[in-house]
Design a protein around this ligand. Structure first.
Ligand SMILES: [Zn+2]
Length: 386
């Protein structure tokens, strides 16, 4: 049995793995698995399709339902083009802050969770404690659903999940959901003077973007539901943040690529929005193919986050409120894996150290005071489970 590491020592190890979402997270997963094994905890993996990444989950305490899941993601956003004062892959303490990529979002919470699991094993929790560490969160939360399914197949069902995205240790019980598509409109090139014989991928894409503008106007005009009113803006929004296409002013564009994003208020379903969009695409495709059968619209879904719906008397929120003493209501505008846990039938709440404003930035940091507040929270949680 190796020495039990402090949360800070675990954080140092985790940040040293440059687990940018586009790259593998396996060295980190190997390290966590070995560390847990050295304390008598068997971790399990959920592999991605090409086995370049894995989610990790583990359980301590009696093999029975009713436990608590601590959930974090292992991937981080890139540092490309960012101006860092110190090495992003080394935790550097300056002015009461821990600098490093992922310290805030969200290896600080990961480190606390791993620490709490080992402590839970050593102290002998009477109520189960589980951890779930995912991959591909930053690119659209696509790693969480299969990880949750694997965890639920392997272990007795937990009562609740705490998703430790940075919330300054406040209990966040609601967030918007999201969905996104990479859209590739394929047109047909002719000289623009012969416009009706061709299909301009750009001008057809513009129809779909205009459809999104129209939905935005409708959403803004209709009265907000009680839960939607908690958010700013209090409605679902559709957005295109990138577009490219065409080769010359006088050729109907053969290709136009763009992204379409949906930010969906609780009470509405990202799936419904996706269906509405795909129905619109279907109609457009038919109209384009009536001119040129080669024309097409190809969709790739890249982002899928169910909203976190505030639960009436949710057990997750109640536990976090009891441990933090925080009784206010908080919602956030960013999406998290909490929506996936809730969709899988587990009461869920977001609560973690740090401020989302520091996430994804150059010189990302986690305040030491937040890290300590996180550890104090874990101590209370452990006391509750023993
Ligand atoms: Zn995050």
């Amino acid at each position: 049995m190796t020495q039990r590491l402090s949360p800070r020592q675990i954080l140092d190890r985790l940040v040293a793995f440059p687990t940018v979402s586009r790259d593998t997270n396996l060295p980190l997963v190997d390290w966590v698995e070995t560390y847990l094994a050295s304390h008598g905890i068997t971790a399990h993996r959920h592999w991605n399709e090409d086995r370049t990444k894995a989610g990790l989950f583990a359980h301590v305490g009696p093999m029975e339902p009713g436990g608590v899941i601590l959930s974090g993601h292992t991937d981080v956003v890139p540092v490309d083009g960012q101006d860092w004062t110190s090495d992003p892959w080394t935790v550097t303490e300056r002015d009461g802050r821990l600098y490093g990529r992922g310290t805030c979002d969200m290896k600080g919470f990961d480190a606390l969770s791993i620490w709490a699991l080992v402590e839970g094993q050593a102290r002998g929790v009477r109520r189960p404690l589980q951890i779930a560490l995912s991959y591909d969160e930053e690119t659209g939360c696509m790693g969480a659903p299969p990880l949750i399914a694997s965890l639920q197949a392997a272990f007795p069902k937990a009562d609740l999940a705490i998703i430790g995205e940075p919330s300054r240790m406040k209990a966040v019980n609601g967030h918007k959901g999201g969905a996104g598509y990479r859209v590739h409109v394929r047109g047909f090139e002719v000289h623009s003077s012969l416009l009706p014989q061709g299909v301009s991928a750009i001008m057809e894409a513009a129809r779909l973007i205009m459809w999104a503008n129209d939905r935005n106007a409708e959403n803004r005009a209709k009265p907000a539901s009680a839960v939607a009113a908690l958010f700013d803006p209090p409605c679902t929004t559709l957005h295109t943040g990138m577009i490219s296409g065409g080769t010359a002013h006088n050729i109907t564009a053969a290709d136009c690529r763009y992204v379409m994003e949906f930010r969906v208020v609780p009470g509405e379903s990202p799936e419904d929005w996706c269906q509405a969009f795909e129905a619109e695409v279907e109609q457009l495709r038919a109209a384009m193919q009536a001119v040129r059968p080669e024309a097409d619209v190809l969709l790739e879904r890249f982002f899928d986050v169910p909203p976190l719906v505030p639960e009436a008397q949710g057990t997750a929120e109640a536990l976090v409120r009891r441990l933090t003493g925080d009784n206010a209501t908080h919602v956030v505008s960013y999406g998290t894996e909490a929506g996936h846990f809730q969709a899988a039938g587990i009461s869920s709440v977001v609560c973690g150290p740090g401020d989302i404003a520091q996430a994804h930035q150059a010189d990302e940091y986690l305040e030491l005071s937040e890290f300590h507040a996180g550890q104090a929270f874990m101590e209370k949680l452990l006391a509750d489970l023993i």
